[in-house]
Design a protein around this ligand. Structure first.
Ligand code: T5A
Length: 219
């Protein structure tokens, strides 16, 4: 396996989707020619995952127990890793993923209070030990993120959780960033999308597997 796996994490509305799109466009121009850039997400990166995503997010009447929720995210991930992420990494592609295992630790662990050892075991089972090469944590005050999400329309099942829940999730990310400073990079997400993108590009330019001659794109 020689590809690279870059994950974007953060609370609701922190701008992950926006930044992944811009990063993919920039990488397509600025990495070695012929290197494929793949954009995917959790939950819902595969056909089966889209059905799991519907159960987890859209069905507001469905009372999902916390342990069931943990296992559904893990089932989505197992399918995603095996059928999409690993095959692309094996082909030397760069995979950009909206959320991965840290989301489970932050949301089901810190947010819901599920047991951390149980989460680690479930994550290990789902990923076979795959970890990101780099994770951008877009850090944002949860109230700002939720306001952005509400402006967009009706909140989903997770977005409807209490502010306390979302604050615990953010705290979870903070603790993960403290524990894994080499793999997890905090990005202040309370700035314009253009400024955030410049910092992401600047970080990627310092990595050996990006063509460092490439200029930072004007955004
Ligand atoms: N989950 C997921 C778990 O509980 N456990 C798990 O293991 C996993 C994998 C996923 C949900 O599942 C949970 C977490 C989530 O609750 P989702 O719909 O994929 O659901 O939710 P998010 O990943 O949070 O995606 P969102 O689309 O809600 O947020 P993004 O992608 O972070 O933000 P984005 O880019 O869509 O932007 C949101 C809005 O803000 C604007 C955008 O234009 C958009 O309108 N915006 C900005 N506005 C001002 N300044 C900026 N810098 C902005 N950047 C974007």
């Amino acid at each position: 396996m020689s590809g690279k796996f870059i994950v974007f994490e953060g609370v609701e509305g922190s701008g992950k989707t926006t930044q992944i799109g811009q990063t993919a466009d920039w990488l397509r121009i600025n990495t070695d020619r012929g290197r494929k850039i793949v954009v995917t997400r959790e939950p819902g990166g595969t056909k089966l995952g889209q059905q799991i995503r519907q159960i987890l997010l859209d069905d507001l009447d469905n009372c999902v127990s916390y342990r069931t929720e943990l296992l559904l995210y893990a089932a989505d991930r197992a399918q995603h890793v095996e059928s999409l992420i690993r095959p692309h990494l094996d082909r030397d592609d760069i995979v950009l993923c909206d959320r991965f295992t840290d989301s489970t630790i932050a949301y089901q662990g810190y947010g819901r209070g599920c047991d951390r050892d149980e989460i680690d075991r479930v994550n290990q089972l789902a990923t076979g030990g795959l970890q990101s090469d780099l994770t951008f944590w877009l850090d944002l005050d949860v109230t700002i993120g939720l306001e952005r999400v509400l402006l967009r329309g009706k909140p989903d099942r997770m977005e409807r959780a209490t502010i306390d829940f979302h604050q615990r999730v953010r705290q979870g990310y903070q603790e993960l960033a403290n524990i894994y400073p080499d793999r997890m990079i905090r990005i202040d997400a309370d700035r314009s999308p253009a400024d955030i993108q410049l910092e992401i590009q600047s970080t990627l330019r310092q990595l050996k597997w990006i063509d460092t001659q490439a200029p930072i794109a004007e955004t």
